[in-house]
Design a binder for this molecule. Structure first.
Ligand code: FES
Length: 94
């Protein structure tokens, strides 16, 4: 059975579950919690750009580097449609 993690939105205190094989954005949309800002759901438009404040995560698809620079990535900024959790996570608006 796939591991589930809890994703908390720092700005609002809302949280939702996310499976380890699911995009954080997809889990947010399904639970209807969080900012719910999204577009392409494929790493291209940059609308789902947020800061990952804490937790472990992986990129499971390429992100548009036009929307996330190397410096952004070092600061934990990523496109949530490209991120899968590897632990509980706290995210926040950029
Ligand atoms: S929704 Fe377009 S990059 Fe994530």
């Amino acid at each position: 059975m796939e591991q589930h993690y809890r994703i908390t939105v720092r700005d609002t205190g809302e949280s939702f579950p996310c499976a380890g094989d699911q995009a954080v954005l997809a889990a947010m949309i399904r639970s209807r919690r969080g900012p719910l800002d999204y577009g392409c759901c494929n790493g291209g438009c940059g609308v789902c750009r947020m800061r990952i404040v804490s937790g472990d995560w992986d990129l499971f698809r390429p992100m548009s580097r036009a929307h996330v620079s190397e410096t952004d990535l070092e600061e934990g900024i990523a496109l949530l449609c490209c991120v899968q959790p590897r632990s509980d996570m706290i995210i926040a608006r950029v």
